[in-house]
Design a protein around this ligand. Structure first.
Ligand code: NAP
Length: 351
């Protein structure tokens, strides 16, 4: 790509916002021209308004940018906005910007359930991007809103897609162990979570039980036909920094062997149009055969944090197959996922 497309990061100082800065550093398609935050940070240099938490250094270009408001006046000519806003703010800010011609690639849950809004994992349902023309027509927008799913649904849905294509998925029982960065910064007080497991994450179980049914659903030009799959989820917060782990037991319509399941997961490639973009996961799924993997500390950076890692595939006494799936929540489950979605928008000529 010859010219870099001007983009903004909304909510740039938070847990997901920082990942955006890191992943957009030297991105082949995009140039960051604006960083936004709340009223308490606007006017500060990014390096003064952000408590940087990533191992890699804050890029100098970002540190010296001044934080701006999240309306169009603060976007400095950006045509794509990567949103890491809380849902309470995204509710109003995102549609306002989309109506003004900006393409929003959002992490917020605000519009995921809307019938004309793609809930997108390109390696699963790249064809759902076909909702954008419908959305523009319905809402008379020049811009658009695309969403990525809740970070716990992400890895689980990638694995389920491979299994659904090959064997048909009927129902799933899933238990999550979710990282602290998933609660944003500063997140949960240390004395609440060290030496502890918190067996409740507000609204999360409902998201994990519904979002995969949209992503695994069939696209038709008037909307998505939800997949007839039943999911029961327990979601837990654990004292891990990054990387959400899900233990899943799955009933399949056909009854494959463990070896068949391993083979199908390891060879899954996803739709052709999602395979050669800068953020395409390589591989899409890594199957680990060790008895004690995947582990967040060891496996979350697989494929630069974009690969879904599956292990402990074995027979299940109540369902057919059970396994453990790991996905990096702020990379594949958030910032990296949004950037992948934007790359798909561009490659499909929808900007
Ligand atoms: N963390 C994850 O793994 C993850 C995964 C998937 C989706 N998400 C979603 O992504 C979004 C961001 O999550 P996060 O974990 O990064 O949260 P966070 O750490 O709490 O960061 C929130 C960001 O939004 C900014 N902000 C707050 N109110 C604002 C306003 N009125 N106008 C403009 N900016 C405002 C904050 O700026 P200040 O610094 O000025 O307060 C901060 O930059 C949420 O919707 C979350 O549900 C998170």
């Amino acid at each position: 790509m010859q010219t870099h497309i001007p983009v903004a990061v909304l909510g740039a100082t938070g847990s997901v916002g920082q990942r955006f800065i890191s992943l957009l550093n030297d991105h082949p398609y995009f140039k960051v021209v604006a960083l936004t935050a709340s009223d308490r940070s606007i006017g500060k240099k990014y390096k003064d308004g952000c408590r940087w938490l990533l191992a890699e250094s804050m890029p100098d270009w970002a540190g010296n940018m001044v934080l701006t408001p999240s309306d169009k006046s603060g976007l400095n000519g950006a045509v794509i906005a990567f949103s890491a806003l809380p849902a309470s703010e995204a509710n109003t800010i995102e549609p306002e910007l989309a109506s003004q011609g900006i393409v929003l690639c959002s992490n917020a849950s605000s519009f995921r359930r809307d019938e004309d809004v793609p809930l997108l994992l390109p390696e699963v349902n790249a064809d759902h991007i076909g909702l954008i023309p419908l959305q523009r027509k319905n809402r008379n927008w020049r811009g658009a809103i695309l969403t990525n799913p809740n970070c716990t649904s992400t890895g689980l849905t990638v694995a389920l897609k491979a299994l659904d294509d090959a064997f048909g998925v009927e129902k799933i029982f899933a238990v999550s162990m979710q990282a602290l960065s998933g609660a944003g910064y500063p997140g949960i007080p240390s004395l609440d979570v060290i030496d502890n497991v918190i067996p409740n994450i507000g609204g999360e179980e409902e998201k994990v039980e519904w979002e995969p049914t949209k992503m695994l659903g069939k696209f038709n030009p008037s909307g998505i036909q939800l997949a007839p799959i039943k999911i029961s989820a327990h979601t837990n917060r654990v004292a891990v920094v990054d990387g959400h782990t899900v233990c899943a037991s799955v009933s399949l319509l056909s009854k494959p062997s463990v070896q068949d399941v391993q083979h199908i997961l390891a060879s899954y490639k996803g739709p052709q149009i999602a395979q050669n973009l800068p953020s395409s996961p390589d591989p899409v799924i890594l199957v680990r055969n060790e008895a004690d993997r995947p582990q967040p500390k060891l496996d979350r950076q697989t494929g630069k944090g974009m690969t879904t890692v599956v292990g402990r595939i074995r027979e299940d006494n109540l369902f057919n197959i059970k396994f453990v799936v790991l996905s990096h929540n702020t990379i594949r489950g958030a910032a990296g996922g949004s950037i992948f979605n934007a790359e798909l928008v561009i490659s499909q000529g929808l900007l």
